[in-house]
Design a binder for this molecule. Structure first.
Ligand code: NAD
Length: 377
């Protein structure tokens, strides 16, 4: 059974199989093929793959023809995987709605598709959950990115030349990325405030030493699966006032707010940005879904007056070796679940993880059903 990874398109720096993962696949019984220079931008050269036991293949057509499983960090274009053989399995992040060209193409060509975006948020699936592993790295890097564009120091310092006040960091959205941003900013000595529409986030924010800004004690916008849902208009108005107020005092804002299946909520208006202190920095981690800030631009750093807005949509890709290691581990853990003892792929549809993740099998697009755990972590 051959598992393969490509050199990905669109300046992607991450790679889906790392040399460490190669060793794990070989232990599982797989043969690993990697495209020439697949891990180059993450700092893994071909020699490291060969040392781990992989075969390097320069010809994309041959790589895909022979692969039983192709693992990707991003959703590839159909033209990039056109040489996959029928019955192959493609593992990548892909959404079921609206069905993409890739999903339609895979159904037509009998290629099975497992989506890394559809791992249920249940305890058993935590080690496969690449949305979390990548969001965690993105939250960390967002703070590092912000401070490199911020022209002041972060921690409080008492020096003979004068006192330096600690920077104030506002985090909007305290999910996986937001909590890591809070932890990172705290470790650097900032004073941190955070918003979230889920009441459960309060305890998590406070456990990291940040202040939770409560919009309403009567409204909790959390679904049974632990995600956010849309808030009432009254809540929105009150939140807007509070964000406006806290943004005016913030040196750095990291925004991460998302609602599954919807565009990112706009929480930072032009008017709010214009009230911020000169030199302040906003990192908008939601630009792939439209952005939390009215002014941010996907994959660009722009300046609005004296405010810097950072809109990188692939923040995890700025730490490519670590992000690839974690993504590759997530997929290795998935392959443990999908591989039978006789080294055959098994798609047990009774298993919640497989049922939710499999988007296409035997030429059929499968109905998506979100599996939620009441007692999520
Ligand atoms: P996400 O990326 O979908 O959203 C980021 C955050 O934005 C969320 O905390 C959300 O509540 C918040 N948000 C949405 N609208 C907002 C608004 N208007 N104002 C302020 N904040 C807003 O979330 P995520 O990071 O993927 O995590 C979602 C949930 O899943 C969390 O409860 C997390 O702890 C949980 N989770 C559980 C597991 C597990 O049990 N295996 C794994 C990962 C995450």
């Amino acid at each position: 059974m051959i598992i393969a990874a490509m050199h990905e398109a669109n300046n992607e720096t991450r790679v889906a199989i790392t040399p460490a993962a190669v060793k794990n696949y070989i232990k599982l019984g797989y043969t690993v093929n990697c495209e020439h220079n697949a891990g180059e931008l993450a700092g893994f050269n071909d020699a490291a793959y060969e040392q781990a036991g992989a075969t390097i293949i320069s010809n994309r057509q041959s790589l895909l023809n022979h692969a039983n499983i192709l693992v990707c960090v991003n959703e590839p274009a159909p033209s990039a995987v056109i040489d996959l053989s029928p019955q192959a399995l493609l593992v990548c992040p892909i959404d079921h709605e609206p069905p993409s060209d890739l999903l339609n193409w895979c159904c037509l060509h009998q290629i099975s598709v497992f989506s890394m975006n559809h791992i249920p948020r249940i305890s058993r699936a935590q080690n496969i959950d690449s949305l979390s592993s990548q969001a965690n790295i993105a939250g960390y890097r967002a703070v590092i990115e912000a401070i490199t564009h911020f022209n002041r120091a972060i921690p409080m310092m008492m020096t003979a030349a004068g006192m330096i006040h600690p920077a104030k960091v506002l985090v909007i959205g305290a999910g996986v990325a937001g909590l890591q941003a809070i932890a990172t900013a705290k470790r650097l000595g900032a004073v941190v405030y955070a918003f979230d529409v889920r009441a459960a986030a309060k305890e998590q924010v406070e456990s990291l030493g940040a202040e939770f800004i409560e919009v309403s004690q009567n409204e909790d916008s959390e679904t049974a699966g632990g995600y956010a849902k849309e808030v009432s208009d009254r809540y929105k108005r009150r939140q807007e006032e509070l964000i406006d107020d806290y943004a005016g005092h913030a040196d750095i804002i990291i925004s991460t707010a998302l609602i599954p299946g919807k565009n990112a909520p706009i929480l930072l208006t032009k008017k709010t940005v214009e009230k911020m202190k000169p030199g302040a920095v906003i990192v908008d981690l939601a630009t792939a879904r439209g952005g939390n800030c009215e002014l941010s631009v996907r994959d660009k750093i722009i300046h609005h007056g004296q405010i810097t807005l950072i809109g990188y949509s692939n923040m995890a890709g700025l730490i490519p070796a670590t992000a690839s290691d974690l993504y590759a581990n997530n997929v290795v853990n998935l392959m443990h679940l999908l591989t039978s003892s006789s080294l055959k792929l098994t798609f047990n549809r009774e298993d919640d993880i497989i049922r939710q993740g499999m988007l296409c099998h035997d030429g059929q697009c499968l109905p998506f059903q979100r599996i939620e755990e009441q007692q999520h972590d």
